[in-house]
Design a protein around this ligand. Sequence first.
Ligand code: ADP
Ligand code: MG
Length: 503
Amino acid sequence: MLDLTFETPKPKVIQGAKSDWELVIGLEVHAQVSSNAKLFSGASTAFGAEPNSNVAFVDAAMPGMLPVINEFCVAQAVRTGLGLKAAINLVSAFDRKNYFYPDLPQGYQISQLYHPIVGEGEVIVEMGPGVARRVRIERIHLEQDAGKSIHDMDPNMSFVDLNRTGVALMEIVSRPDIRGPEEAASYVAKLRQIMQYLGTCDGNMQNGNLRADVNVSVCRPGDYERYQETGDHSVLGTRCEIKNMNSMRFIQAAIDYEARRQIGILEDGGSVTQETRLYDPDKGETRPMRSKEEAHDYRYFPDPDLLPLEIEQAWVDEIAASLPELPDQKKARFMEDFGLTDYDASVLTAETEAAAYFEAVAEGRDGKAAANWVINELFGRLKKEDHSIAETPVTPAQLGAILDLIAKGDISGKIAKDLFEIVYTDGGDPAEIVAARGMKQVTDTGAIEAAVDEIIAANPAQVEKAKVNPKLAGWFVGQVMKATGGKANPKAVNEIVAAKLGH
Ligand code: ADP
Ligand code: MG
């Protein structure tokens, strides 16, 4: 089991002109549900389709069309909730959030304000070995996404693409438990990793399938602890919300800028106005978008076209029973079963494909050696060509076979790297390649001795020096390795050289 005794990371402290300030951050993450069909229609969600080709009548808000809830999207939200150890609400309901969205023809968004499908949960965000923050999740609700307005195709007209209109989103709302820009990025990364494991959101930030509204405030040291003790929000500073961030780098830069901006205002004796802001990546600054709206401004009311959503505990239990092993568990198991370091286990569990690859190689072999080869050789080589693990030309069976040849003493580590390169570029069975190309390590001490004798006979002056200075033995070892094309067993060479030099 995962050891949950971890140290809490220090909050980021920014030194203002007058005093120290701490950051308080809460995130509202919008995650597109992985589903072939939309939340309330059967239209496809395929990315990159011809504009307006994936639009059902209900998505276009044709008169008389009614929404029909997609059971699979509900299951995905439940699955996500369970993955975040959250309470699942057996009764939830949909509300209309009234707002003019030019790319949502209904004129309102169907969301869940009053009764979300998922309640309180948590995400463990690791900031280093044994250092982690427990970020509380307040709720997850299901809602519709809007379409896309396109303003840069024509000087006089705007276009609208409704393909995304009505696609299911999960809005995952955290408590203000995040204490720095790096933590915020790590939190988003961890959420994304968990959802990728669960198969509930592909986490593709470039396509906008995962984006975050980032709430930032600053407070004096000690204030946050007071908030934790009392649960009283008012001891925290006034926050601003930075909308729609879809890059880890920009999330960090925006938080940093925003915190400094607020500190500047406060130290000048002013007060922060609660508002929604946008981050401009070119200028590296946030600027006001609109003043903060309240829930009542949206005239929320229960959607009369949809009955309250009732699900059964047995169905939830079924989903719970089918959950895959999640990142924290997998990492802990890799450390325990394969003796991996915290770092190696983190790298190898970052993606499910990489984890599965590693396990296939490590099963029945030396786990640490397998981790070294997968991380340093395979990942390193793939990275050179900008390939993902899914594109690896070396199968786990092939890499495993290379490790077996090393373990048996058939090849040295150095030769193994050459062999890996051959398998990577040409394919083939590693053992057969070794046999066919004469790459086998020479362990025959007679042959090694002969090679050592030859080097010694050819270099009498070096021998005299090495006899008094044992450090010079390394030169002889190097010469023997060179003479044998790197195939001599290094351990045997070392021993024989030492003996011949009288060490
Ligand atoms: P609202 O009801 O105005 O939407 P919420 O209480 O739902 O506000 O909070 C919205 C988001 O803002 C949550 O992610 C929450 O963690 C975050 N948040 C609340 N207070 C603060 C604060 N003082 N500083 C930073 N983030 C905050
Ligand atoms: Mg809110």
